[in-house]
Write a protein that binds this ligand. Structure first.
Ligand SMILES: [Zn+2]
Length: 412
């Protein structure tokens, strides 16, 4: 029986979303939290984009140091030989990549305007896979962009060629959120059977079905005899109406009627980290969590009406499918209501020592404190909001890595 793994794409699809972005430190914190949660892979960024290079390299260094273990760190790039070679030139230590190319007639005709056809797509994908292997990629996922508007026959052909060239996974992208649970179940079962390699589900919420589609697609893949890899984002943040929400996908797989008996995670997922990671992403993106968000919304465990309140007080299971404690909720949160000293880009040593002292971080000497303060100031320039405790801990613990994360040097 195949298993389900999670590949979170917040640091790729999430940050490429209009109006949204994350500092390199915030992206790093997200990788750390995803690792703590048991997520198989973080699609941690764009290895052909120069301002990502230092961040990507620094995170690979954290992986080597054992900080980001056992999570895989996957780069996303276009399926062209030039992009593959550029990725390995800019980020030499990268091991896991996903290469992407459009497969639907709409996109092939619409993007290439008649200059390329299906044969060219197959050729470009093969050459890119060969180049990735030659550059030393350990795992290669091949993405069929707009798969849901691609003919089944061509998808099978595309996937089979990818497998023959040595790809490890095929990513089925419902790029426009066009599928429904029944269509995606059928096509993904077919792909698992005919192509014979694990299939990734990448879904979007344009019709409000991203979570349902990713779960149904994974069921199809497993029923077709392969492992399924679901692409998620924290709080569902992603292009347009967003991607499949990480916590909702986990809840659906663990709690939906009868599902967990047959469809199992390949790696234990610590749902108890949900609250922390969702709150952090909300803060870092500056996007509030919707009040009715599954599991982590303010109203997810709130009851007001007489019948519901009475029922839940007698037995929570009357009106709750799962307990708030399972998501790591329930701890009181301390909010400063009086005088507050926050970290900022113009902070001084005295205020900084006060902030760090409250968190039990001690410095060897004044010089040490000043160095960490300097790094925290730079981190503030990029974040443009006070750093949270975990970020300050990170900076104090890994000053050399932080220095790399904060280094953006254009035209070098
Ligand atoms: Zn996407």
């Amino acid at each position: 029986m195949g298993r389900i793994y999670l590949i979170d794409v917040t640091n790729r699809d999430g940050v490429q979303t209009a109006r949204l972005g994350l500092s390199k430190l915030a992206k790093t914190m997200i990788n750390i939290y995803l690792n703590e949660m048991g997520v198989f892979q973080s699609e941690f960024g764009f290895p052909t984009t120069r301002h990502e290079s230092n961040y990507l390299r620094a995170n690979l260094e954290l992986q080597e140091m054992g900080v980001l273990q056992p999570i895989h760190l996957g780069g996303w790039l276009r399926a062209t030989t030039e992009d593959v070679e550029k990725a390995f030139e800019l980020v030499p230590g990268i091991k896991d990549i996903n290469i992407s190319i459009s497969t639907s007639r709409q996109m092939i005709n619409g993007k290439f305007q008649g200059a390329k056809g299906e044969k060219d797509i197959l050729l470009m994908a093969s050459e890119a896979i060969d180049a990735a292997r030659a550059c030393g990629a350990q795992t290669i996922g091949v993405n069929a962009e707009d798969a849901s508007r691609t003919d089944d026959d061509f998808l099978v052909k595309f996937g089979t060629l990818a497998r023959e060239r040595g790809a490890d996974r095929l990513r089925y992208c419902d790029t426009l959120g066009y599928d429904n649970p029944f269509t995606i179940y059928n096509v993904c079962k077919l792909l698992a059977q005919e192509v014979g390699i694990p299939v990734e589900l990448h879904t979007h919420g344009d019709l409000g079905m991203a979570v349902a589609n990713s779960v149904a697609g994974a069921m199809g893949v497993i029923d077709g005899g392969q492992d399924a890899y679901i692409n998620t984002t924290i709080n569902g943040i992603g292009e347009r109406a967003g991607n499949a929400d990480l916590v909702a996908v986990v809840l659906a797989l663990k709690k939906s009627k009868g599902l967990a008996r047959k469809y199992r995670f390949g790696r234990p997922i610590r749902l108890s980290k949900a609250w922390k990671i969702c709150k952090y992403a909300s803060y870092a993106f500056n996007v509030p969590i919707p009040i009715n968000q599954p599991g982590v919304g303010a109203n997810a465990f709130a009851h007001a009406s007489g019948i519901h309140a009475d029922g839940v007080l007698k037995d929570p299971e009357n009106y709750e499918l799962y307990d708030f404690k399972e998501l790591g909720r329930g701890e009181p949160e301390m909010v400063e209501t009086g005088r507050e000293i926050a970290s900022g880009e113009y902070s001084g040593i005295s205020g900084f020592r006060h902030v760090m002292g409250k968190m039990d971080i001690e410095f060897a000497d004044r010089e040490d404190a000043e160095e960490i303060l300097e790094l925290a100031r730079y981190a503030n320039v990029l974040a443009q909001q006070p750093l949270v405790a975990d970020e300050l801990y990170f900076i104090a613990k890994y000053p050399e890595i932080t220095r790399k994360l904060l280094t953006l040097t254009p035209l070098a």
